[in-house]
Design a protein around this ligand. Structure first.
Ligand code: FMN
Length: 180
């Protein structure tokens, strides 16, 4: 294992989340330490920020800042990223020094619908622009009809998705090894 660290952010809080399963599958393929960020944060409120940055926000932002790469698993709620993820990104944006700046970021999504989260991924890419991240553009890992593609142990079993995830994480690893 190399000395690199991957931070995972999952936009679903539910225990049996397919997006978290997909994120873990990505993490297993990454040669380095994996840390999952905690997105159970208070709702962003500038008054709360002015009282002092919540500890869990500072922790999350510093995990991102210290990471060599970030993997975001983004569910699709009404064709868009969930509020949990937007909330986390808004909080992180209030921590000085752009924690995501220059960071290689890979995005994956798993949905009940057939499109696998095409729209949510597109929106997330736009949402990351102000964060100055280096977001990988391809391959797009869009697991549609998610319940059919994981086994009882939460492993991704459908070969076409496995190949895409392999290729995405290879590119993420390469972006860490040879910074752009
Ligand atoms: C509020 C809400 C909105 C949803 N909207 C969509 C949608 O726009 N497209 C889609 O494919 N699935 C949609 N779904 C279904 C999710 O894709 C499905 O519940 C998925 O398993 C959620 O991700 P998770 O397993 O990581 O929690 C929605 C689910 C919820 C709860």
């Amino acid at each position: 294992m190399t000395g690199t660290t991957l931070v995972g952010l999952c936009g679903s809080l539910r225990a049996e989340s397919y997006n978290r399963k997909l994120m873990y599958e990505g993490a297993r393929r990454f040669d380095g330490r994996f840390v999952e960020g905690n997105l159970r944060l208070p709702l962003f409120d500038e008054d709360l920020q002015n009282e002092g940055m919540p500890d869990e926000v500072t922790r999350l932002a510093e995990q991102v800042r210290a990471a060599d790469a970030v993997l975001i698993a983004c569910p699709e709620y009404n064709k868009a990223p969930p509020g949990v993820l937007k909330n986390a990104l808004d909080w992180i944006s209030r921590v000085k020094g752009h924690p995501f700046a220059g960071k290689p970021v890979a995005i994956v999504s798993a949905t009940a619908g057939r499109a696998g989260g095409e729209r949510t991924q597109s929106m997330l890419r736009l949402m990351l622009v102000p964060h100055r991240a280096m977001v990988l553009t391809h391959p797009e890992v869009l697991v549609g009809g998610a319940k059919n593609h994981f086994d009882a142990e939460g492993r991704l079993v459908t070969e076409s998705y496995v190949e895409k995830l392999d290729a995405l994480i290879d590119r993420l690893q390469a972006a860490v090894s040879v910074p752009a």
